[in-house]
Write a protein that binds this ligand. Structure first.
Ligand code: 6GU
Length: 236
């Protein structure tokens, strides 16, 4: 992590627009995510879309034009929040979490961790009125080829993946750089005490104290593991 980027974009501000803020409390209230907020490295703001409904029943969805099963999230409450936020500061991205978005990869997390202000919109039902996507959304992200009941868990995944990259969040800053995927390789196997358990031994080289050899072993294992499990990472 080059010194030139240290702290220039901190704290990062993330505004999450959701119908289910209670789904997002837990993931940010423990461990690394909580510590990142306590240290002032990230500010996470939750906005309940329902609070912005002007409907007398506080509805936030409606039938889709042309017919068909499933409700669509209405344009007005969402646009109201986005425009309110955009009046207060400049946002680098307005991200929509959706199963038909671009598959999330480490590179995107790296890019987003350099931004200052992000809006993340969580979808529900059949999705959001297309005009929101056309006029406000700058990036559409999916976390995998399966369907979740809403965008909240995906937003938690994305936020976690971004926040842990911010300088100062991890205790040992190098550990984010040695993550799986940062170099398009999976991580090598790791071991801790005891050196033998039920006759299962830790590889001798790791106990040798020979650090060049240990590094060589780790690289070899990382390559083997990637070849076996994720050959697609090599093809890119
Ligand atoms: Cl971002 N949202 C939903 N609802 N399902 C998903 C997803 C997002 N990514 C994968 N599946």
């Amino acid at each position: 992590m080059g010194d030139f980027r240290m702290f220039v974009n901190l704290p990062v501000r993330i505004d999450i627009l959701t119908l289910l803020p209670e789904l997002l409390i837990g993931p940010f209230a423990a461990s690394i995510m909580q510590r990142a907020q306590d240290k002032g490295l990230v500010e996470i703001h939750m906005h309940n879309i329902r609070d912005y409904s002007t409907d007398k029943h506080k509805n936030v969805d409606d039938y889709q034009y042309g017919g068909g099963a499933g409700m669509v999230m209405s344009i007005e409450p969402i646009v109201t929040i986005i425009e309110k936020l955009q009046k207060q500061r400049t946002y680098d991205e307005v991200i929509y979490m959706t199963p038909d978005g671009t598959l999330l990869e480490q590179n995107t997390c790296n890019d987003l961790s350099l931004k200052k202000n992000l809006i993340i919109l969580c979808g529900h039902y059949k999705g959001i009125d297309e005009r929101i996507r056309e006029h406000f959304i700058t990036r559409e992200i999916s976390i995998g080829s399966y369907v979740l009941s809403g965008g909240e868990l995906a937003a938690a995944v994305l936020t976690d993946a971004i926040v842990r990259l911010l300088p100062g969040v991890l205790n040992d800053e190098t550990s984010a750089l040695t993550d799986s995927f940062q170099d398009k390789l999976l991580s090598p196997p790791v071991y801790t005490r005891p050196p033998e358990f039920r006759g299962w031994e830790v590889p001798k080289v790791l106990l040798s104290g020979n650090f060049p050899e240990i590094e060589k072993w780790r690289e070899k294992k990382a390559i083997e593991r990637t070849q076996e499990r994720r050959p697609d990472l090599f093809d890119e």
